[in-house]
Design a binder for this molecule. Structure first.
Ligand code: NAD
Length: 489
């Protein structure tokens, strides 16, 4: 028996119980009710409408949050317009000082933000603490560095800011998406009105306190909360640019709405990434990459590796290893430091995942979920893998945005490329092989904005991120991320 076979035959440990290791929650102090942050002040929405934001881990009500109406959004845009003159005429090195301050304050208050992010959004604390917060701070640090070097970033092109940017973000990385949007816009000299997602407004609201601490001039950043109505009002308001991250359907609606208005637009939309494993790959590392690709943040990741393509000759051992690894994932309280897979963000999202999983069963795919005890209250879904999946199944075509993986196979590199590209999306892809030449060959042919090689879900502020096809257009991150916030003479 080879070493590999021996290991595969070893029994799966039955008990992975860890003693609870809850992160202290009292580091966060919440207001009972939040207004809108306009012109550096907290203001009540004109018609007084509010909604309750809950924790997805147990539906505990956390706070009352304002629903902005058309007039509130217009007031926020007017405040941003008023602040633009002064902000855009500051020397870049002065704007950089504010961004550096924001970055440092985020680092100092990172535990507080991480706990609130997990409480309001459901993601495991180890992810908010080790990924979301460090990356959010890194984005502000990175773009602070560009603020006084714009003419070097775009030589001979005389860059100037656009004016007021309207920014709309989703719920899967609430603070990180805020950082992705705000940092380049501010570095380039724009002022901003930002709308967080309705299920996760709290870290954006806490961030207003960071702006106050950093003494950012009033009106440079305004935060309006609410559901899609507030987003639609921002799209229609007197802004110069809309930056949207969210679903493809809403992105298309926004694009139609803005056609012919002259407002600039960038769209970061959905994805259905292929994670491709060749038979020469280091299989144990690849399995870690598969798990990270789809179960990180409960699969609420636009670039999640939700379609696994395995070379036919190694399909069996890979699936076997994957199932064994899945059995070790700890699903549960997002605030427990041992948790690997937290709560699903909302009831609506849970229903969407359940419906798509049901369609997978009905269409004939074979389902596997490791035995795990899910908490009784709150929104939960066990890590899931489907085998026997055909390309035409909904689970292989539609974005599930949950911890659900579809496994397909291929024989040749050409077939892998063809199958991987057979989707309306084109956000990201992963390739696992020991051959550098094959990585380059694949990367040239995969229609995806990001291609990871022998890794997955790696982010860095210096690296541009964005999509092809129905995954959107425009890039965030890197020097490319400045361009959508600049006009050139
Ligand atoms: P969503 O489109 O429903 O909502 C996103 C944001 O748009 C929210 O703030 C929402 O309130 C707002 N909104 C809703 N209707 C609107 C309208 N008519 N006009 C203007 N704004 C409106 O998406 P979601 O369910 O919150 O997020 C999940 C989606 O986001 C997934 O499809 C995912 O792939 C995508 N996403 C993409 C990226 C990326 O970088 N490409 C990153 C994260 C998430």
């Amino acid at each position: 028996m080879s070493k590999l076979e021996k290991r595969a035959a070893a029994p799966v440990p039955k008990d992975w119980t860890y003693a609870p290791a809850p992160e202290a929650r009292d580091v966060v102090s919440l207001e009972e009710r939040y207004g809108l942050f306009i012109g550096g002040e907290w203001v009540e929405p004109r018609d007084g409408e509010a909604f309750t934001t809950v924790s997805p881990r147990d539906e505990e009500p956390l706070a009352q949050v304002a629903q902005a109406g058309v007039e509130d959004v217009a007031a926020a845009v007017a405040a941003a317009r008023e602040a633009f003159q002064q902000w855009s005429s500051l020397p870049g090195s002065e704007r950089a000082k504010y961004l550096f301050r924001i970055a440092r304050i985020l680092q100092e208050r990172s535990r507080e933000f991480a706990v609130l992010e997990s409480l309001n959004g459901g993601k495991p604390i180890k992810e908010s603490r080790d990924v979301d917060l460090p990356l959010a701070a890194a984005h502000f640090f990175y773009y602070a560095g560009w603020a006084d070097k714009l003419e070097y970033a775009f030589p001979n092109r005389s860059p100037r800011p656009l004016g007021v940017a309207g920014q709309i973000i989703p719920w899967n990385f609430p603070l990180l998406m805020l950082a992705w949007k705000l940092a380049p816009a501010l570095a380039a000299g724009n002022t901003v009105v930002l709308k967080p997602a309705e299920t996760t407004p709290l870290t954006a609201l806490l961030f207003c306190d960071v702006l106050r601490q950093a003494e950012l001039p009033a009106g440079v950043v305004n935060i309006v909360t609410g559901d899609g109505r507030a987003g639609a009002a921002l799209v229609d308001a007197e802004v110069d640019k809309i930056a949207f991250t969210g679903s493809t359907d809403v992105g298309k609606a926004i694009q139609r709405r803005l056609a012919g208005t002259g407002k600039k637009l960038t769209l970061e939309l959905g994805g259905k990434a292929a994670n491709i494993i060749f038979d020469d790959a280091a299989l144990d590392q690849a399995v870690e990459g598969i798990v990270n690709g789809i179960y990180f943040n409960q699969g609420h990741v636009c670039c999640a590796g939700s379609r696994l393509f395995v070379q036919e000759s190694i399909a069996e051992p890979v699936v076997e290893k994957l199932k064994r690894r899945m059995a070790t994932l700890r699903v549960g309280d997002p605030l427990d430091k041992n948790t690997d897979v937290g709560a699903i963000n909302s009831r609506m999202q849970l229903e969407k995942i359940a419906e798509l999983v049901e369609s997978g069963r009905a269409e004939g795919a074979e389902i596997y979920q490791p035995p795990c005890r899910l908490p009784e209250r709150g929104y939960w879904f066990a890590p899931t893998v489907f085998t026997n999946v055909a390309q035409s199944y909904r689970i292989a075509q539609e974005e599930i945005f949950g911890p659900v993986l579809s496994v397909l196979t291929f024989r040749t590199p050409d077939e892998a490329v063809e199958k991987a590209n057979n989707t309306p999306y084109g956000l990201s892809a992963g390739v696992w092989t020991e051959k550098g030449s094959r990585i380059l060959w694949m990367a040239e042919r995969l229609r995806a904005g990001v291609v990871w090689a022998n890794t997955f879900n790696r982010f860095d502020p210096t690296s541009p991120f964005g999509g092809y096809k129905e995954s959107g257009f425009g890039r965030e991150g890197g020097r490319h991320g400045l361009e959508p916030y600049l006009a050139f003479d």
